[in-house]
Design a protein around this ligand. Structure first.
Ligand code: RIB
Length: 296
């Protein structure tokens, strides 16, 4: 089994601030750091920590070759990352004293994945393989359709949520990973019980993980509903915590591990990531995750 993540690659500019800037306000940052990021890139890093055959596909500009080198250095196959004439995607990230963030995205080269390139990439994968997607690249519905026709298992983490996501055909998705807000938007329901019933009724074969912040997470499929509590940690920077959860969960899940174990491992990994600064650089190793004995 190969895991191919067709996803964004961003240059993250982190501003450490006392509080997130308010409309009309000008504030000074305590520090500024430039790092490798993007939901796609972060999830590939989390995947490779827990599985060894990970490919990343996507586009960067000439200013983004360091992102490709970084992924390759971590053991990810980068042959399907192309260079486009646009500048690389950027994220301006403010992180406040509580570790909360606020992000402004510039899509840049992340929207330069044309159909010919998508065809060329997916030609190398088949029904035994898993495709991982977030919502920071273009031509998403084309990629989903193409991979579905090949019989691939498709994982969708529709972050950041947009109106287009509501038109994606979830019958083609094997595993959907969403937070509570995204689940509410996609299902157009109110409250977690209603969301769960709606997913089960409309998409009986869809497996869903809903992350519930400090309340933990829940996995739902036809037969199961499995809960996992969150771990209490000292939050320094929550950027990339969701990506860490997704990457760890997906790698574990498609290695056919027990679902409770998948949720536990992903929850531990994302809790640990919050205790460090940055997005991809805060993703812990599998050894660190297995050693972690946090309190729920
Ligand atoms: O999920 C965190 C990521 O969101 C950051 O790395 C940033 O690039 C944005 O895409």
């Amino acid at each position: 089994m190969k895991i191919i993540n067709f996803g964004s690659l961003n240059i993250d500019i982190f501003f450490r601030v006392n509080h997130i800037v308010r409309p009309g306000e000008t504030i000074s940052a305590q520090s500024i750091e430039r790092r490798a990021g993007g939901k796609g890139l972060n999830q590939s890093i989390a995947l490779i920590k827990n599985y060894d055959k990970v490919y990343h596909a996507g586009s960067v500009g000439m200013d983004g070759s360091f992102l490709k080198e970084y992924l390759a250095g971590e053991g990810i196959d980068t042959r399907y990352i192309k260079e486009s004439s646009s500048s690389t995607g950027n994220a301006i990230i403010q992180v406040d004293d509580n570790g909360e963030n606020s992000i402004v995205l510039y899509k840049g080269a992340n929207f330069d994945n044309d159909r010919a390139f998508i065809d060329e990439v997916l030609e190398n994968f088949d029904k035994d393989d898993v495709l991982v997607l977030q919502n920071e690249i273009n031509n998403m519905d084309y990629i989903i359709d193409k991979a579905f026709r090949k019989g691939m298992k498709i994982v969708l983490n529709p972050s950041p949520i947009t109106d287009e996501v509501k038109d994606f055909d979830l019958d083609k998705i094997d595993l959907l990973l969403v937070n509570e807000t995204e689940a509410l938007e996609i299902s157009a329901c109110e409250g977690i019980e209603e969301i769960i019933s709606s997913f089960k009724e409309k998409y009986p074969n869809l497996k869903v993980v809903i992350t519930l912040g400090s309340k933990g997470s829940v996995y739902i499929d036809k037969e199961n509903r499995i809960y996992q509590d969150a771990y209490k940690v000292n939050a320094v920077d929550s950027t990339g915590a969701g990506d860490t959860f997704t990457g760890y969960f997906v790698a574990e899940f498609y290695q056919n591990k027990d679902i409770k174990q998948c949720l536990k491992l992903a929850t531990k990994a994302s809790a640990l990531s919050v205790t460090k600064k940055g997005a991809s650089i805060s993703i812990p190793s599998i050894e660190e995750v297995e050693k972690f004995n946090g309190e729920n």
